[in-house]
Design a binder for this molecule. Sequence first.
Ligand code: SAM
Ligand code: SF4
Ligand code: SF4
Length: 389
Amino acid sequence: MGLPRTAPVAERVIPLLDHRARVLQPPAAAFAPATRLGANGQLTDTMGRPLRDLRISVTDRCNFRCSYCMPKEVFDQEYAYLPQAELLSFEEITRLAKAFVAHGVQKIRLTGGEPLLRKNIELLIEQLASLRTLQGLPLDLTLTTNGALLKRKAASLKAAGLQRVTISLDGLDDSVFQRMNDVAFPVSEVLAGIDAAQAAGLGPIKINMVVKRGTNEQEILPMARHFRGSGMVLRFIEFMDVGATNGWRLNEVLPSGELVRQIHAELPLLALSPSAPGETAERWGYADASGQWDRSAGEIGVISSVTQAFCGSCNRARLSTEGKLYLCLFATQGHDLRGLLRSGAVEADLVSAIGHIWQGRTERYSELRSLQAGDTGTARRVEMSYIGG
Ligand code: SAM
Ligand code: SF4
Ligand code: SF4
């Protein structure tokens, strides 16, 4: 089951429990003829939230060691990543994706770990690109990457049917960037990857910057200046308390409100309306001299998962590398869909199981965190590198 190997505890800090092992089985009602669910795109959870967005983690491995996600002390050579046999195959991922799409999913994001490390990822992209939404349209098919392998892969990803990419970049200054990725990876390579993605037509490109107060906040303005007018949307993400290993502290979170004021003082901004229901980022456009949105200068986004919870419109499901369905980024346990697949389930079984699980969804972690004014405890949360961002 891929439990971390026992290690000399005195020398290393490791999670005491392998949270991946906590599994829920799909409810029996999913298979009983009387309560079997079909799909009509109208599925909602207990708070009336539809299912529209699926994030699929294709690997739990990464070539970076960002301290806010996979700190070196935990994710070292001793760490037990999932063995190949535990991973969903591309065929299994596509079968599940099809069942999610039947329930109304319109957007699929491939993530990880670092998704470009998954061998032949282009083959999976080809399979997913052939799916159609309930309206008969192609999916909004995208991928989040740290950009390290993008220079090499941008053209083949586009040819396979990927529409666009989101690239993570936590600063332009090489020493700050290398400190953030913690493997001495040069920023110039990621910038070259961004150029390659643009040249391949993988747009509109989004750039994600996680902001940690006291670590990379000095990069906010240089990043804003760099991407203003580039056609790319820079999004600032508040450092989140995901997982149980990143040593999260509230005083390292730079509230987005403060960040927007900082940029506005040099580059005036105005609030824009959300582009889609369930959109995680609040949009701000660059203003021209008359105070109107200057479309040629573009926009930024802020994702305020800590200071402004957006659970009320959260329409995202997450499928882990080994096929567990998680209903929230901060979930402590997942629902085992791989077991179902490998026990010979047909598509109607998958559709029914996913429907029942989503109908029972009550998760709203960030809202609860806000009510409690801080962290609600890391005890059993899964890691972001496993569940996908
Ligand atoms: N490796 C890819 C990458 O970095 O883009 C994809 C996976 S990564 C887990 C997805 C996103 O989650 C990235 O944009 C990353 O910056 C963000 N992320 C990871 N840990 C985070 C944290 N503690 N707080 C906020 N964002 C985080
Ligand atoms: Fe790797 Fe992405 Fe996590 Fe950084 S944020 S360690 S690049 S998975
Ligand atoms: Fe969605 Fe969970 Fe994030 Fe709330 S905390 S927005 S429910 S993923």
